[in-house]
Ligand binder design. Structure first.
Ligand code: FES
Length: 145
């Protein structure tokens, strides 16, 4: 084969490989990509602008560990950038707890149980802590699930 025809056929073959491989990648990419499942942020219960440090908000929202219906919850903002939410019913006999910003504890008014701001038991008579919600802050809104 002469040099010039050889170079033409070599170049054409090389271009075919390049375009063929990039086309294959595009096809593979469109079929090979899997959509990530949408992760629900949960129930919007407050806005960052509306809940100042030291503030708290009661809400009703579904909770993963509490059956299918909505349960009463309490969202707190104990310090800058920190948001916590718990199921408000005390695990002792179900009285609604409140949050003491001064003590930085959830307190039960009925029999005196106390819990940390994450819901862990400090002292009873309750035998376990408060059930926490997962809190997510997104685009100025606060969600629980
Ligand atoms: S109901 Fe909360 S300590 Fe008894």
């Amino acid at each position: 084969m002469e040099r010039r025809p050889f170079l033409k056929s070599f170049t054409a073959a090389a271009l075919g490989l390049v375009t063929g491989s990039s086309a294959a990648r595009r096809i593979e990419g469109s079929f090979g990509q899997r959509r990530r499942p949408e992760v629900s942020l949960g129930t919007k219960v407050a806005t960052v602008a509306g809940l100042k440090v030291g503030g708290q908000v009661q809400f009703a929202a579904p909770h993963a560990g509490s059956g299918s219906g909505a349960v009463q919850g309490l969202l707190i903002h104990p310090s800058a950038g920190v948001y916590r939410a718990v199921v408000q019913a005390c695990p002792h006999q179900g009285c609604p707890v409140s949050f003491s910003q001064a003590q930085k504890e959830f307190l039960c008014p009925c029999h005196g149980s106390a819990f940390t701001q994450t819901g862990a038991l400090i002292h009873g008579p309750a035998q376990r802590g408060l059930s926490p919600f997962t809190v997510t802050v997104s685009k100025g809104s606060i969600y629980v699930r």
